[in-house]
Design a protein. Sequence first.
Length: 294
Amino acid sequence: MAAAATPMTAAGEVDPDVVTRYLASLVADGAGALAVLAHTGRGPFLTPDTRAAVIGRAVALGVPVLVGVGGTPGQGAIPEDGEPDGAAEQTRLAAELGATGVLVFPSPGDRLAHHDAVWRAARLPMIAFDLYTRPCPPEVMRGLLTHPGVAGLKTALLSDAMGCQRAIALTRDAGRLAITGEDRMFAPSLLWGAEAALVGIAAAQVGLTAAVMRAFRGPDLPAFHEASSRLDRLAAATFTDPMECYVQRMLWLAAAEGRIPPDHAHDPYGPALPVGERETVLRSVTPPADKPDS
């Protein structure tokens, strides 16, 4: 599953036709499903109209679509009235537009109550989200994994190997789908038991990401090592400090690959990057990226 970016201009404008071409390219190069409006897609920052346009264009491609719901710009606190950051209403919209499920941003309050509100809104299957900006305590994770609406859990801790291993083990023990979002621990997380992948590094280099998955499922250990090493080199150049800038770095790669026009390769919601970083990111790619067999 590709955690897709949302192509936009420096002013934050989103062109639905650009979105369609971009998402279609990810599917063509190996993404079996799309996750839109998640952390990579800057979902918490976008207006309801823009969100609806992105969801609609993704669903029209005919692959399973997960929609990121909840979260707030800057990951602020839930208001005193307890409304979980608009997640319930966003879930209703996602269901109306034909989404397959939702990826629930972690909340700063009662996470189980948050997920329950999302579930009651539309009964869409939920993927819980153990995100590096707000890791999920183990006892809370155990509770979430017993919720009837939680189909799986995505771990995206980036550098916490023990936390990742624990999350995968708890998810599998609960009979839910263990999903890696570990761009910096991709191959290890598969070896630790992750059963699927939903990663921001596939916002551009989806062919390479798919190559690692195919090699992992096969008997050729050298092929798995080679593909994983290439992905690790790319991740080291893109998922690095300042970490929030990985979105911009992936947009640069998507533009270099011809997936989006350069004037739509902007992330106005992340920190500024130093001059010359774009060239460093582009040098990290070893072309050509592998694509699925026809």
